[in-house]
Design a protein around this ligand. Structure first.
Ligand SMILES: NC(=O)c1ccc[n+]([C@@H]2O[C@H](COP(=O)([O-])OP(=O)(O)OC[C@H]3O[C@@H](n4cnc5c(N)ncnc54)[C@H](O)[C@@H]3O)[C@@H](O)[C@H]2O)c1
Ligand SMILES: O=C(O)C[C@H](O)C(=O)O
Ligand SMILES: [Mg+2]
Length: 623
């Protein structure tokens, strides 16, 4: 790394610098001099591509390159002298950012630094994020994003998404707000109403950090173009009294609106989004409360290109982990019994997808449901509770005595897998983990609740108590654990393995609506991406985070194949080589030359030997 940080201004040190120093001495004075023309051809641009110039360009994060602007760019684009005279490569800038970041006192300070970088220089932000995904994902995503949401009013600097409130409840008003967004090319929206932010509960308008973080992963983990992405916070108030009393609170100071008025806002939002950005605009629902998550999914899934990540993305990633475990346990999923602590959107989504997987292995739906046991805040889902339960839960109801005691349930059921999506910190006690070990040589224990502070157990607890036997995964990252000299690398069972790839496929192939089977296909792709080394050497049942970009492309190819087969892909002509088609469109974290360097003769009214820049409009300019 240190080699990147050589002294600046040495002409030989980088491609950009050598180009820059050369041009200074190669202006055209005599158009008949072939030597000058040849040099000009080498170094001179024909036209300038960005829509902005001067100080405005430096203040446009999508275009800004800071000290990496070359001498040509500085001169053509009216920023010469506005920057320090030295030049830096993108690598040097990235090195500087990471050095500073590693000196920050805590993760929130790191979040604030990266947030500021995204505000100033978007490409450098993604460059740094992509190059250091394992180190930085816990900052821009769980767990730090949770803390950032809790402190959002205090750390707030610049807006990064749209706010639509209950006071904007008409299609035309929402359309107007969507039109205020600078990109006209939006293809994917992540929306929350802030009611269930990770396991932290109702954070109201502070929840905007979640769509921002999810979309940062769209770019970093799937190569989606940043200007296709729009984070949205729907503000219908908050029932969190602490926030209502918080002087820094950024949202509406009122209790949550529910019922028909809430539904009409959501309906208008969906209509306005598709009116503004087209029927195929993807809308990912994120961190909605229990009473709305499934309801809205059922309401919109046939009509719009949408999915609920907490239900479907989570289902996919957890089934992927379970399938990877079957390679160790040598038992099919349909041979396992599974106990869920939590029966909300996440757990129920996972349970339903387990049923589908078990059906594909030969069980009937009823047989599959029989193998799944769920507990919610009121205890085990039993037949005696059925009058108060939805159909979704009733199919898992058991003819067993009511109990809230998880240990008792584990003893009775003798499951192979225990999955937590309950938000209950430490719910998987030592006794419970030991009980799982007494039942299974390789017990499967997933502590999915986020952020880290809500996990049902830590990686260290799971590995230590089970003496390394456990097949463990968690929603938020944990450090590696060493027991008796053996290294265990816990995998991250997080929907981030799935939603970027599904979204990439949906967007690129203009999918009209998202069929639930896509998530099962994605689960199988993630599971098969787990290497033998990972499973056998480290007991890690998920791929490495740095592999997600490639996995996203594989998932997007699967999405394309499936959606052309069922008629939901509407991009025609159908690309023959889908992978190549995807690879051609993914975001590049290398700076682009903002000046097209094809040679043409300078315009007559060239300034100081440089052609007058021709400004091409781009989508940022269309508003
Ligand atoms: N790892 C991932 O990718 C991922 C994905 C989605 C959700 N999650 C996490 O899972 C958790 C739940 O998410 P959700 O969308 O299902 O939320 P939810 O609000 O829909 O459901 C929470 C469930 O937990 C149950 N519960 C609460 N207290 C309990 C207790 N003491 N004992 C037993 N059950 C209890 C509730 O009754 C409810 O069924 C959150 O922490 C969330 O961050 C993780
Ligand atoms: O955001 C995450 O890290 C996963 C999941 O969507 C959650 O809500 O916890
Ligand atoms: Mg979520």
């Amino acid at each position: 790394m240190a080699s990147l940080f050589r002294p600046l201004n040495l002409p030989s040190q980088t491609r950009a610098l050598s180009r820059s120093t050369a041009v200074a001495s190669h202006q055209i004075h005599d158009p008949d001099d072939p030597k000058q023309v040849a040099l000009y051809k080498l170094y001179r641009p024909e036209r300038v591509t960005p829509a902005k110039r001067g100080i405005e360009l430096l203040k446009t994060p999508r275009l800004n390159k800071g000290m990496a602007f070359s001498i040509y760019e500085r001169q053509y684009l009216g920023i010469h002298g506005l920057l320090p005279p030295a030049f830096m490569t993108e690598e040097q800038q990235a090195y500087r950012i990471m050095t500073k970041l590693r000196q920050q006192p805590d993760n929130l300070a790191k979040y604030i630094q990266l947030d500021g970088l995204q505000d100033r220089n978007e490409k450098l932000f993604y460059r740094v994020l992509c190059d250091n995904i394992k180190e930085l994902m816990p900052i821009v995503y769980t767990p730090t994003v949770g803390l950032a949401c809790q402190k959002f009013g205090f750390i707030y600097r610049n807006p990064k998404g749209l706010y639509i409130t209950i006071n904007d409840n008409s299609i035309s008003k929402i359309y107007q707000i969507l039109s205020n967004w600078p990109s006209t090319d939006v293809k994917a929206i992540v929306v929350t109403d802030g009611e269930r932010i990770l396991g932290l509960g109702d954070l109201g308008a502070y929840g905007i950090g979640i769509p921002v973080g999810k979309l940062a992963l769209y770019v970093a983990l799937a190569g989606m173009q940043p200007d296709w992405c729009l984070p949205v916070l729907i503000d219908v108030g908050t029932d969190n009294q602490e926030l209502l009393n918080d002087p820094f609170y950024t949202g509406l100071r009122r209790k949550r609106v529910r019922g028909a008025e809430y539904d009409s806002l959501l309906d208008n939002f969906m209509k306005a989004c598709t009116k503004r950005f087209g029927q195929n605009c993807l809308i990912q629902f994120e961190d909605f409360g229990n009473q709305n998550a499934y309801r809205l999914l059922d309401r919109y899934k046939e009509k719009y290109c949408m999915f609920n990540d907490d239900i479907q993305g989570t289902a996919s990633v957890v089934v992927a982990g379970l399938l990877a475990c079957t390679r160790v346990t040598k038992k099919k999923l349909s041979q396992e019994k599974i106990v869920f602590l939590g029966a909300g959107g996440a757990a129920t989504g996972v349970a339903e997808m387990c049923v589908r997987q078990m059906q594909s292995e030969g069980l009937t739906e009823e047989e599959a449901c029989q193998r799944i046991y769920m507990l919610d805040i009121d205890g085990l889902i039993t037949k005696s509770r059925s009058a108060h339960l939805s159909d979704r839960h009733n199919k898992f109801a058991k003819d067993l005595p009511d109990t809230k005691n998880l240990l008792e349930v584990v003893k009775t059921v003798q499951p192979g897998a225990l999955i937590g999506a309950s938000t209950v910190t430490g719910a998987f006690s030592e006794e419970i983990i030991k009980e799982m070990c007494s039942i299974n040589p390789r017990p499967i224990i997933f502590a999915l609740s986020n952020p880290t502070s809500k996990a049902e157990c830590t990686a260290e607890q799971a590995y230590t108590i089970s003496n390394g036997a456990v097949l463990f995964a968690s929603g938020s990252p944990f450090d590696n654990v060493t027991i008796n000299g053996k290294l265990y690398k816990p995998g991250q069972g997080n929907n981030a393995f799935v939603f970027p790839g599904v979204a990439l496929g949906a967007v690129l192939f203009k999918v009209s609506h998202i069929d639930n089977s896509l998530f099962l296909l994605a689960a199988r792709k993630v599971a098969e991406s787990v290497s033998e080394k990972s499973l056998n050497e480290y007991s890690r049942i998920y791929p490495r985070l740095k592999d997600i970009r490639e996995i996203s492309i594989k998932i997007a190819v699967e999405v394309a194949k499936h959606c052309y087969a069922n008629g939901t892909a509407t991009l025609y002509p159908e690309p023959e080589d889908k992978e190549l088609f995807i690879r051609h469109q993914v975001y590049d974290v290398e700076y682009e030359d903002l000046i097209n360097r094809t040679y043409s003769w300078p315009a007559k009214d060239s300034m100081h030997g440089f052609p007058v820049p021709v400004i091409r409009r781009n989508s940022m300019d269309d508003e």
